[in-house]
Every structure is written in C-alpha cells, then in structure tokens.
Design a protein around this ligand. Structure first.
Ligand code: B12
Length: 151
C-alpha cells in the first residue's frame, strides 16, 4: 500500500540535556516542506516526552537528535519507554552521536543495537533522511530521482 505523506506525523526533538537547536530546526523545515506533519519538541526533551508526544499524535516516526556527545547514555532504555507507552513508530537518530565519531560504523552499530531503525551522522543531508522515511513508510517519492540512502 502506498500512503499519502500528508497523513504521516513525525515527532522530532533533541534528547537529554542537549541544547543544540539549529539541526532540528532545519529538519523540521525540511520534513514539513516534504509534506509531513511535524511535531517539534525542541531541545532538552526527555524520553517520556518523546513517548507521550508520539502516542498523542499517533506518530509514524520518532526522530531523535543529539549533538553534545551523550547520546548513548541518553538513549538507554528509550525503546522500552516507547513500547511501554504503546508507540509503534519508525525511529531514527542523528547528529554528533559519539565523542569524536572516529568510526561511524561502530557508532551506527551501537545505536542499531539500542533499537533505532536508522542512524545518521552529522553530515546527513535532510533529503536523505526524508527519502529513507518515505521508503520505510512506503510513501511514493514526489521527486523523479530518489536520493541515495546510506544509513
Ligand atoms: C552552535 C554550537 C553550540 C551552541 C548551541 C546553540 C544552540 N542553542 O543551538 C552552544 C554554544 C550553546 C553549544 C554548547 C555546547 N556544545 Co556545541 N556546538 C555548536 C556547533 C559549533 C554547531 C552546531 C550547529 O548548530 N550546527 C549546524 C546544524 C545545521 O548542524 P547539526 O546540528 O549537525 O544538524 C544537522 C546534522 O547533524 C543532522 N542531524 C542532526 N540531528 C539529526 C537527527 C536525525 C534523525 C537526522 C536524520 C539528522 C540529524 O541534520 C542536521 C541538519 O542538517 C557544533 C560544532 C559543529 N560544527 O557541528 C558544536 C558541538 C556540537 N558542540 C559540542 C559541545 C561539546 C558542546 C558543549 C558540551 C560544550 C560545553 N562544554 O559546554 C555544550 C553543550 C550544551 C548543551 N547543553 O547542549 C561538540 C560536541 C562533541 C561531540 N559530540 O563529540 C561540537 C561538535 C563541537 C566540537 N567539535 O567539539 N554548542
């Protein structure tokens, strides 16, 4: 089944004590422009706030951002919190996910094991994340040339 982007809600926020706001502001604009209904929870968002918002809005996707190097600690148990709240959504995480990020494949593996469906680095073009979400939600792309997905 091919779904309409307009019916899809994306919950977006910066997890933990992280206050970096520029990245999610860009993501909010990009996902909105692509036709998604975006709920931006802003910076310093707790796991419970993500779960409550995702449940309340019947979100199709939860997008977590983290820049300050504490993502792994902040995301411990996150998917249990989502599950306990009854959230059934695709989950992505992106940003500066580890201090240094010398080996991103290791970082990706770490966050996949924590339960995220896709893991994006700080060089990610928002259009790549949008293309990935369209693929995961089986939404037909509006562009004739889909972006290459590397996550
Ligand atoms: C501006 C900035 C700040 C500002 C933030 C202002 C604000 N309110 O936003 C201030 C000065 C407050 C700040 C503070 C700190 N910062 Co700072 N900051 C930066 C800086 C220079 C730019 C960040 C930025 O806005 N980039 C521009 C946006 C567009 O890019 P972005 O955030 O990366 O987001 C894009 C991608 O990452 C991706 N993305 C992000 N999230 C997600 C999520 C998903 C799902 C997807 C798909 C994609 C995605 O898409 C976004 C759009 O293209 C970076 C260095 C850098 N060049 O990145 C350091 C940096 C992030 N900061 C850093 C640090 C350490 C801190 C502090 C801990 C410093 C300190 N000791 O106090 C504090 C943390 C405070 C806090 N509680 O959060 C480190 C993090 C180190 C790490 N992770 O390894 C960095 C990398 C600097 C460095 N090289 O050391 N910082």
């Amino acid at each position: 089944m091919v779904l309409d982007t307009m019916s899809q809600t994306v919950v977006l926020g910066v997890i933990g004590s992280d206050a970096h706001v520029v990245g999610i502001t860009i993501l909010e604009q990009a996902f909105s422009a692509a036709g998604f209904d975006v709920v931006n929870l802003g910076v310093q968002t707790s796991q419970e706030e993500f779960a409550e918002a995702a449940k309340a809005h019947d979100a199709s996707a939860v997008l977590v951002s983290s820049l300050y190097g504490h993502a792994e600690q902040d995301c411990q148990g996150f998917h249990s919190v989502l599950e306990d709240a009854g959230v059934d959504a695709v989950s992505y995480i992106g940003g500066n996910l580890a201090v240094g990020q010398d080996d991103f494949e290791q970082t990706r593996q770490t966050f996949r094991e924590l339960g995220f469906d896709r893991v994006f680095d700080s060089e990610t073009d928002p259009e790549d994340a949008i293309a990935a979400l369209r693929e995961d939600l089986q939404i037909s792309p509006t562009e004739s040339e889909p972006a290459t997905i590397t996550s």
